[in-house]
Design a protein around this ligand. Structure first.
Ligand SMILES: [Zn+2]
Length: 401
């Protein structure tokens, strides 16, 4: 009788687990003892909204301190982002506004979060039970073509820069614009070398394939793709081909998987292209309509998508597609070169990954797939920290010369 009861209970447990809601004790223990780094969150723009409080649980958006605690996300790269069509001194000014907003919010909630400039800082902050705050500048246009601004960004704590956003800048081609420079210009190459000197990670998400290969050749340190997925599973120019992932890994870099539905699911991408002209067009249109207010862009995009999904024009996408992309990259180049770059607050999330409170599901799913605990820890954050340490070492060597 007792055996039978156990068998029945076992079946119930596994049915719940198959639905993806029940997280195993082993997964919880591993997840909450790990440093979980997310390399791309567009939460920064929300810090300017009067309806948003980073320290409280919000009904909108994907990230705030309570939900980070719930999902065990304990290191966040705040993305400094403005539309790529804003250039020159105005772009620098707007980037500085956002950098200041990150610092001010980190100070305001200093009981929970602390600023981190190095991998050692992240480990120290984590050991104190706090969240580590880092920053990445999403688009080289924000340095206003002035290499001194790049250095100042570094001094203010910026730890990566995405070479372009949706549009080419004056020294690098974007994956979503017409090629203008055949990759990186000579000045673009100089910028990559200066990033190496300043311990600012070179981020190749958003750039054209040629820019990626140019940056890979020039950089003395490993690169990251702060928020890109696998083109073999979803043929989108924002994702990386297998050859690119292999080249990135061969130089010690990490692909941080993006959760955006149109980057992870081919059927969704095709339907989205058909219905809205694709994610770039809809973001571009909404950016104009919302006057660059990212919270408004997110809200309007979610509304439009919900309607299209309810009308059956866009397919449902499960969070498990994220796991497929992680697994594809791991099978291709090994667990040392894969991480998490959600694009929370800047993208539309698949069902089951509504916000950062759901992150334990990833750990649970990887363990269920048979991943070792040490491989899961690497994917959750250790790989990013390793790249940061390598980038810091290269910087020290270059500074000493
Ligand atoms: Zn992006």
């Amino acid at each position: 009788m007792r055996t039978r009861l156990v068998v029945v209970l076992g079946a119930v447990c596994c049915l719940i687990a198959a639905g993806g809601e029940e997280i195993s004790q082993r997964a919880k223990k591993l997840h909450f003892s790990s440093i979980v780094v997310d390399t791309h969150d567009d939460t920064t723009q929300r810090l300017f909204s009067k309806d948003y409080d980073f320290g409280k649980r919000n009904t909108e958006g994907h990230v705030d301190i309570p939900r980070m605690r719930e999902g065990g996300m304990n290191a966040i790269f705040f993305s400094i982002w403005i539309d790529g069509r804003i250039v020159g001194p105005q772009a620098v000014q707007k980037a500085l506004d956002q950098i200041d907003a990150v610092h001010e919010n980190v100070k305001k909630y200093s009981k929970d979060i602390e600023f981190a400039r190095t991998a050692a800082d992240v480990r120290r902050v984590h050991a104190q039970g706090k969240i580590a705050a880092l920053m990445g500048v999403e688009g080289g246009h924000m340095i206003g073509n002035d290499i001194r601004v790049l250095r100042i960004f570094g001094d203010l704590g910026v730890r990566y820069m995405t070479l372009t956003h949706f549009y080419n800048d004056e020294w690098a081609d974007s994956s979503t614009d017409k090629p203008a420079h055949n990759g990186l210009t000579d000045f673009g190459k100089e910028i990559v070398r200066e990033m190496n000197r300043q311990a600012i990670m070179v981020d190749i998400s958003h750039v054209s394939d040629k820019t990626f290969y140019d940056a890979l050749e020039v950089s003395k340190a490993p690169l990251i793709a702060s928020h890109s997925s696998c083109r073999a599973l979803c043929n989108h120019v924002r994702d990386m081909s297998d050859d690119m992932i292999k080249a990135l890994a061969a130089k010690g870099g990490v692909i941080q998987i993006n959760y955006e539905k149109s980057f992870i699911d081919q059927a969704y991408k095709d339907a989205s292209d058909r219905e809205t002209g694709g994610v770039m067009k809809s973001v571009g249109d909404l950016t104009k309509a919302c006057n660059d207010d990212e919270a408004c862009i997110g809200r309007e995009m979610a509304k439009a998508e919900k309607k299209l999904t309810d009308d059956g024009k866009l397919p449902h996408v499960s969070w498990e597609r994220i796991i497929d992309h992680i697994d594809h990259a791991v099978k291709l180049v090994g667990a040392d070169h894969v991480g998490l770059g959600s694009d929370f607050d800047g993208a539309s999330m698949p069902e089951g990954m509504e916000d950062c409170s759901k992150l334990t599901k990833i750990t649970d799913a990887l363990l269920r797939k048979g991943y070792s605990e040490s491989d899961v820890k690497k994917i959750l954050g250790e790989n990013t920290l390793r790249v940061m340490e390598q980038v810091e070492r290269v910087s020290r060597e270059m500074q000493a010369q």
